[in-house]
Design a protein around this ligand. Structure first.
Ligand code: COI
Length: 353
């Protein structure tokens, strides 16, 4: 069936054998930009609501040099994934309404209008459908969906922009981290401060970590674990993902009080762990708890559930066992099983495109 949106015509599901896959090497997917076919764009003015968006060919966008996002960083992003089910035809989204709600909370904090939850989910579905042949085959990866909301209108003084753009593009991806995940604890720079924007997905939360992450990588670490800015004693978040520690039957993760991103994978993992009978604690986690932990793992849309092999803190290195019997492995199997339709979704988390 062909569906038309604006000037764009694309194929929807249901044409079984005729389903087209791009001529693409799915075995080499990492987390790198691959230009796809269409993106979704919707604009509105300050003090208005978003009302109508369109699919357009993926490509550059034009903005004034005085656009709010370029000058004052007024912008948010989201990340979610679409998976191809094992039948190779149907495509599932994972909890897209949660991303929509998080974007609304962030927009409120940054004085921006935001699409309604329904507009957001519908736009995600349209973008995935238009790029359906970029959803990797089962077992090869997923389609990473990147919604953006930013001040696109021109202005000079510090204040909300006169126009906003909601845009979605998609990229086929594989694993975020190549190889094992060995973290280093950062004790000088911080990712977020109380009262700041650490608890929303502001675009400006990410580039401030580049310097320390680049330095850490040069020393052979894969990523950086940040401590709280107030006391410098408690673990908070890795540069682009949440963290969990396991000790016996107890799984703990730093509580979200505005400095930690309330990850949708984090939230889902808490629910899965509880359903498995683990005790889950969202609490303040002193850095010393890392020494006692049986296991550590990172979670996020991009990293999914990735076990940590070691953490280095003040030049002291703690190693963690890695293996199929790990708690994180059990959780990973359940989470990705639900996401890909291999395991029945009793939680009602998946949405068919
Ligand atoms: C995600 O997991 O979607 C993220 O936000 C990580 C991204 C910064 C790569």
């Amino acid at each position: 069936m062909a569906q038309t949106s604006g000037q764009t015509t694309f194929q929807t599901k249901g044409n079984s054998g005729a389903e087209k896959y791009a001529n693409f090497n799915w075995d080499e997917l990492g987390f790198d930009l691959v230009p796809t076919d269409y993106m979704y764009v919707m604009k509105c003015c300050e003090e208005e609501n978003f009302s109508h968006g369109n699919l357009v060919p993926y490509g550059n966008i034009e903005m004034s040099p005085s656009a709010g996002i370029l000058n004052y960083g007024q912008g948010l992003f989201e990340g979610l994934k679409a998976y191809r089910k094992e039948d190779g035809c149907d495509v599932l989204l994972f909890r897209p309404e949660q991303n929509a709600q998080r974007m609304k909370r962030g927009a409120e904090r940054l004085c921006m209008p935001s699409p309604s939850v329904e507009q957001f989910v519908e736009a995600v579905k349209q973008t995935v459908l238009a790029n359906k042949h970029w959803v990797p085959p089962p077992g090869k990866g997923s389609l990473y969906i990147r919604p953006l909301l930013f001040g696109s209108g021109p202005h000079l003084g510090v204040g909300p922009a006169p126009e906003y753009t909601f845009l979605i593009y998609v990229v086929p991806v594989g694993n975020y981290h190549k190889g094992l995940l060995n973290l280093v604890v950062e004790d000088k720079f911080h990712r977020a401060t109380p009262g700041g924007t650490g608890g929303i997905k502001a675009v400006t939360n990410y580039s401030p970590v580049y310097k320390v992450v680049t330095q850490a990588k040069a020393k052979g670490f894969s990523d950086v674990l940040f401590l709280d800015a107030l006391t410098g004693k408690n673990i908070e978040e890795v540069s682009a993902c949440n963290i969990f520690i396991v000790k016996g039957n107890v799984i703990s993760t730093p509580a979200t009080h505005g400095t930690i991103l309330p990850g949708i994978t984090r939230k889902s993992i808490i629910e899965i762990a509880l359903s498995f009978g683990y005790q889950v604690e969202e609490r303040v986690i002193p850095v010393e708890d890392l020494l006692e932990a049986d296991e550590l793992f990172c979670t996020g849309t991009a990293v999914v559930v990735t076990p940590v092999t070691s953490v280095t803190c003040h030049n002291k290195r703690v190693e963690y066992k890695i293996g199929v019997e790990m708690v994180s492995q059990k959780i990973h199997v359940m989470l990705t099983g639900i996401q890909t339709g291999r395991i029945e979704d009793k939680m009602g988390w998946t949405v068919e495109v």
